[in-house]
Every structure is written in structure tokens, then in C-alpha cells.
Design a protein around this ligand. Structure first.
Ligand SMILES: [Ca+2]
Length: 313
């Protein structure tokens, strides 16, 4: 089978970095047409730079990286340096990138790619706030029916919030964008906190990354070490949740995940629950299903895949 063509839309972020590395290490399954950066964990000048740092770490300097939107559609940007550090990639010491940033705007790249590739052959993989995808859909509504699938990290239901009591960070930062994306009609698969909080980097899993012994393996161990400090203090958990790699793992091995095809609506009106993903898990409304909302992950299988693939870089 030909590899699936994907665009990774991202705000690196240590877990974004691991998601990108997993994709770049898996050319049999995924063909990364380009990476579009968005403002999120840290501002856009850092996320576009971090995306290039990660491609260089992977030795994939031919990967095209584009800068997209630097602010949410209708709100001021909220960032997460408290989780990811000042650079967004705190942990390892990685050199500044020498590969160029593409001149085209990330939103234009998304639109042009969906229009030029055959209908139903390009999958979008948002790992940050959904601004770039929503702006593309608003500017070019014809692309919605050309999207094969949108596989995104965002939202939460039973785990509720990580940035507010009710909302997950990516959706909270740009809820208007999320609403546009969830209503666009394309097939959507969601990796919410319900799943990613089960993908914890325990010390044994971190040691397995380090034991790869390559620059990639060591950098990933150092990134997850850094990331973990925050989560252990906050949740007292066994290790840092690897949110974004769930998206790229799903493209490689979908049977690691199970969920339900349900209706998911985005709260944009309430100050109290802004950015909440209201997931009709129990089917108590007759609102039409618009997303496959994942709930379970085979965490051991996920980390086995990750360790095996990272060792290829
Ligand atoms: Ca992210």
C-alpha cells in the first residue's frame, strides 16, 4: 500500500517533536508532504524554528516547513511556557536550524496541496490550536470535501481540562477555529486527554528511548525528562503524557486505539467552560456524529512502536 500523504500542523512542543520524529521515521506508512507551524505552546517564531530543529535532528532536511498563523482567529494568544519551557523544546541542547523556512504561508500550502492532490488522498494532522486549518477552510471552503481525514490531538471528555477545569489547551487557545473544524464535514479522528493521559512516559519507557543511544533517542529522553517535571508536580502521575505522538501512531497502527463515532461540539460562548469539547459519548442527543473520539490506547504497544521507529533515525 502506498504511504498516506499527510500535512503535520504543529506548535512544537516536546510532544509535537516526538510526533514529527515518529512520522519522519515511518516512510512506509506516511509521506510528510509538509509541516505547517502555528502559534500555540510558544509563539510562531519559535514553533516554526522548532519544527526545523526537529527535522534536522531526524536528518530529514528536505522536509518542507511553513509558517502559518501567529494569532488565534478571534482571541489573544495564550502560550504554555510553564509546561514546555521558554523555547518550547527545553530539555536537550539542539543546534539552531540551517534548513530554510519555506516562503509560502502555511495556510496557502494547506489549500494548494488539497487542491492539487487527488480528492480524498491528503490527511491533516493538527497537533496544536486549529487556527491554520480553520483559516484554510474559511478561505477555501472547497477543500473540506477533498480532505481524506483530520486526525488531531485536542479536547477531553472524562478527563476534562488541563488549561482550565473544562478545556484542553489546543481547543481552548482557539475555540472559534475548533468549532469551524469540527463542523467542516470532513472525517475527524480525535486524540483527547482521555487517551493521551494513558500514554505516560514511565522511567522504564524513558530509559528505553535513552538506550537507543542515537542523538534522536537521547534527545527524546531529555525532552520527556523535561516535560515530566511539570506533569509529575501537577498530576502526580507516573510520567509525562505523550499527547501528540498518538496522532502519528494512529496513522501507522490504528488498532492501538479504540473509541466511538459520536457528536462533538465546541463551547465558544461560556467564560466558565470556554473551549470544552462537549462529547455525546452516551448518545443522549440526536445531534449527528461528526468525529471518532478515542477513549483507549494500548500504551505498551504504542511505546514499543515509538521506540522501534525512533531507532531508525
Ligand atoms: Ca502540540
Amino acid at each position: 500500500m502506498a504511504p498516506r500523504k499527510i500535512i503535520i500542523d504543529t506548535d512544537p512542543g516536546q510532544d509535537d517533536a516526538v510526533a514529527i520524529l515518529l512520522a519522519l521515521a515511518s516512510p512506509e506508512e506516511v509521506d510528510v508532504l509538509g509541516i505547517t507551524a502555528v502559534a500555540g505552546n510558544v509563539p510562531l517564531p519559535l514553533t516554526q524554528k522548532n519544527a526545523r530543529i526537529v527535522c534536522e535532528l531526524a536528518g530529514k532536511t528536505e522536509t518542507r516547513v511553513f509558517a502559518g498563523c501567529d494569532t488565534p482567529i478571534a482571541r489573544k494568544l495564550i502560550t504554555a511556557e510553564h509546561v514546555h519551557g521558554k523555547t518550547g523544546l527545553d530539555g536537550p541542547t539542539l543546534p539552531d536550524p540551517t534548513m530554510p523556512l519555506q516562503e509560502q504561508h502555511g495556510v496557502d500550502f494547506i489549500i494548494d496541496t488539497l487542491r492539487s492532490e487527488p480528492t480524498g488522498t491528503v490527511t491533516l494532522c493538527p497537533l496544536g490550536p486549529l487556527t491554520n486549518i480553520a483559516v484554510a477552510l474559511e478561505r477555501a471552503p472547497d477543500i473540506a470535501e477533498r480532505i481524506q481525514e483530520i486526525v488531531l490531538m485536542g479536547g477531553a471528555y472524562f478527563e476534562v481540562g488541563n488549561i482550565s477545569p473544562a478545556a484542553e489547551f489546543n481547543i481552548y487557545v482557539d475555540p472559534e477555529a475548533a468549532k469551524i473544524v469540527f463542523n467542516c464535514g470532513a472525517p475527524i479522528t480525535v486524540m483527547p486527554l482521555d487517551v493521551t493521559h494513558k500514554a505516560l512516559v514511565t522511567s522504564a519507557r524513558n530509559n528505553a528511548f535513552r538506550a537507543i543511544g542515537t542523538p534522536v533517542g537521547i534527545a527524546v529522553a531529555e525532552m520527556t525528562d523535561f516535560f515530566e517535571r511539570f506533569d509529575k508536580e501537577k498530576y502526580g502521575s507516573a510520567g509525562a503524557p505523550l499527547h501528540d505522538p498518538c496522532v502519528t501512531a494512529y496513522l501507522i497502527k490504528p488498532d492501538l486505539f479504540t473509541g466511538r463515532h459520536i457528536n462533538v461540539e465546541i463551547e465558544t460562548g461560556s467564560d466558565l467552560t470556554l473551549g470544552m469539547t462537549v462529547a455525546d459519548w452516551w448518545g443522549v442527543t440526536d445531534r449527528p456524529a461528526n468525529a471518532t473520539f478515542m477513549g483507549e490506547i494500548d500504551a505498551d504497544g504504542f511505546f514499543a512502536l515509538l521506540t522501534e521507529r525512533l531507532a531508525r533515525l
